[in-house]
Design a binder for this molecule. Structure first.
Ligand SMILES: C[S@@+](CC[C@H](N)C(=O)[O-])C[C@H]1O[C@@H](n2cnc3c(N)ncnc32)[C@H](O)[C@@H]1O
Length: 333
């Protein structure tokens, strides 16, 4: 599946390409507006005219038409007959509540704190400092923003569940997900493997949310949820520890602290699974700019992880790469 954006990224001259790349941000913005107006939800039951959509969303009819026509050219929505729009395969994932929905991810990118940080990228690159002193401290103090972040991460996790086909958990007894967010990933693993036990470790407010997610799935009888500061210690034992999208937020020094704490919690024959988008891919490089704006961390390459693991007393034993740049790095003591 492809969005119809090729004309934006190719041209006769370098200037055409640069202008296309720069203007592409309006596509992002148009998608964010579509989500804020819940257009994909209104189109869930079938095509609607722009008049009906304007009435339902409270938007200005002519402006809404211009937005919908722009998005339809890209492949998000379709103008099935003049002034009448339907869902497209791409816009389907902008609906709320569908299994592969990424609506919450778009909501996060559209939120004030996210736009503000990205808008201050120049300042961050000039100074070398992120726009927030303590990203997760900010989230703890702003529960509404944290809720948006956690929903977005859960949406990203649902997309990443396909990675589970590539990992063999058969020899594991206890699987810990450190910085495991609201428990979406661990819930899926424990549901697929009814003989495994789980540990979900995260900051107290996030762990509380995970208790609800795992409780609703009736998994708390074989899954412990622990409040931790992973920079200090991990008070549990496991033979498989997962760190998914966690290390990217931290400096090399802090990554070594986290890895050493994981090593101390792992049984002798245990293994660590680091799941990250590597900075050698375009998506990883874009994520790298995001963490540059918000945290002291960075996206990394395979050899960076190899070095950090060695510095923490572990060694890299395998790497599985998925087409999106998302990779699973296996390490052992
Ligand atoms: C980018 S999120 C990734 C969440 C989840 N693993 C995923 O892939 O969606 C990073 C997670 O690390 C947690 N975290 C941040 N600082 C932490 C700390 N000091 N100790 C434990 N968890 C922490 C956050 O609350 C958040 O859930």
């Amino acid at each position: 599946m492809r969005a119809n954006v090729d004309s934006l990224f190719e041209g006769d001259t370098a200037a055409d390409v640069v202008i296309g790349l720069t203007r592409a941000r309006l596509i992002s913005n148009a998608i964010m507006v579509a989500v804020q107006l819940n257009l994909a939800d209104y189109l869930a039951d079938g095509p609607r005219t722009v008049d009906v959509l304007a009435e339902e969303t409270g938007a200005d009819r002519v402006s809404l038409l211009r937005l919908l026509r722009c998005l339809a050219i890209v492949g998000v929505f379709e103008e099935v007959e003049p002034l009448c729009f339907s869902q497209s395969e791409i816009s389907e994932v902008l609906r709320s509540g569908v299994p592969d929905s990424v609506r919450d991810f778009v909501v996060m990118d559209a939120s004030d704190w996210s736009r503000d940080g990205v808008g201050r990228l120049t300042e961050c690159i000039r100074t070398g400092y992120p726009c927030m002193d303590d990203f997760y401290g900010y989230m703890t103090e702003h529960p509404d923003d944290a809720a948006i972040l956690n929903s977005a991460l859960a949406a990203a996790t649902r997309r990443e569940l396909r990675v589970l086909n590539r990992i063999d958990f058969s020899s594991a007894k206890t699987i810990a997900d450190v910085g495991g967010g609201n428990g979406t990933f661990l819930r899926e693993i424990l549901s697929q493997y009814p003989d495994k036990r789980g540990v979900l470790a995260d900051l107290p407010a996030v762990a509380e949310e995970a208790r609800q997610v795992l409780g609703t799935a009736n998994l708390l009888d074989r899954c412990q949820v622990v409040d931790v500061n992973m920079l200090e210690s991990l008070p549990f034992r496991a033979d498989t520890i997962i760190l998914k999208r966690v290390l990217m937020d931290w400096s090399d020094e802090d990554v070594c602290r986290i890895l050493r704490n994981c090593r101390a919690s792992l049984s002798d024959a245990g293994r660590l699974l680091i799941m990250e988008t590597l900075s050698s891919s375009l998506m990883g490089a874009l994520n790298d700019l995001l963490v540059l704006a918000f945290t002291n961390g960075s996206a990394r390459r395979e050899d960076d992880f190899s070095r950090l693991l060695e510095d923490s007393g572990m060694c890299m034993t395998d790497v599985v790469s998925l087409p999106s740049g998302f990779s699973v790095i296996e390490a052992k003591v």
